[in-house]
Design a protein around this ligand. Structure first.
Ligand code: CA
Length: 231
């Protein structure tokens, strides 16, 4: 059973999330600030931490999720971290940080979305599943290769990460900004154009047709969606 630590200053939200994740079979620990978060880390060794950025209503109103993340890393927490942000300046701030965050969700989020993100980072942390078959095409992420019946296409590191992200979030509309943060991890000097270029390359290697896609659908002005089903 996975152990999950939530850090959030709003008690009501903490209660909702706790109830939901307990029902989903997680061991849930909650903290409203940095001290409690560190105590839980030391005692219970969580597998994944979900950190709200704004903690100003908690017992330590001067601290924020970034500080909690840093403190946990200093205390040798090495597992995945998911940030929860409001879609405002916090998100820009997140872009400037390099804290080894694995993903982020923006408020308001659905509990099912959060669960999917948690499951995905846990899969990755525990050695993610990495071979997928779509019709006659095999996507082998371990070996950075797409196998067609007649040829193989090699994937670069970024292409492999991008494809993994798309497949793990399949069926979901992924804004380009989310792909940027999810894959390029807040690297400076990377723009959404980089995302488009990589999508183009991955699409070519999948032999997908942008105007009649089987794998990656473009939602103009929004982002992309992986639409293929396995089998
Ligand atoms: Ca908060």
């Amino acid at each position: 059973m996975a152990r999950i630590l939530f850090v959030e200053d709003e008690q009501a939200l903490l209660d909702t999330v706790e109830r939901f994740f307990k029902k989903q079979g997680f061991d849930v620990f909650t903290a409203r600030g940095i001290t409690q978060a560190l105590e839980h880390h030391k005692r219970f060794k969580p597998d994944v931490v979900v950190l709200d950025v704004m903690l100003n209503e908690g017992p330590e109103p001067d601290s924020d999720g970034f500080q909690v993340c840093r403190a946990l890393r200093d205390a040798d927490y090495e597992g995945p971290v998911i940030f929860v942000t409001a879609r405002t300046a916090e998100q820009d701030k997140l872009l400037g940080f390099d804290l080894g965050a694995d993903d982020y969700v923006t408020k308001p989020f659905s509990l099912l979305e959060l669960k999917a993100r948690v499951a995905a980072v846990l899969r990755r942390a525990g050695g993610a599943r990495s071979v997928y078959r779509f019709g006659t095409i095999e996507v082998d992420l371990d070996n950075y290769v797409i196998r067609h019946p007649d040829a193989e296409e090699r994937l670069s590191n970024r292409e492999q990460e991008l494809l993994r992200y798309l497949i793990e979030h399949r069926g979901k509309v992924l804004p380009r900004a989310d792909l940027l943060t999810g894959i390029w991890r807040y690297s400076p000097n990377v723009t959404t154009r980089t995302v488009d270029t990589h999508i183009l390359n991955v699409r070519k290697k999948l032999r997908d047709d942008a105007s009649n896609p089987r794998f990656i659908e473009t939602l103009h002005g929004v982002g992309y969606r992986f639409i293929a089903n396995e089998g």
